[in-house]
Ligand binder design. Structure first.
Ligand SMILES: [Zn+2]
Length: 74
């Protein structure tokens, strides 16, 4: 199981309609709350939906593939 923390910044398969595709994790659990870093709108995704859509996660100054992140957590 992937571990996400509050404040992690991720990209999703599809960006927000505002044009941004960076999201900050605001809440974790059964549902995940994300904030768009472009327009600050907040959305809820079920954990399953989130894990289907998430593509990259920010580590330090760069984004790495979520698959890579998974390996490091294992
Ligand atoms: Zn937005």
């Amino acid at each position: 199981m992937l571990v996400y923390e509050l404040g992690d910044v991720v990209t999703l398969k599809k960006g927000h309609p505002c044009g941004e595709n960076k999201w900050e994790i605001m809440r974790t659990g059964v549902d995940i709350k994300l904030k768009c870093l472009g327009c600050e709108r907040q959305i809820w995704l079920s954990r399953m939906e989130f894990e289907k859509r998430v593509r990259k996660i920010k580590e330090g100054e760069k984004f790495v593939s979520i698959v890579h992140h998974k390996k490091e957590e294992a």
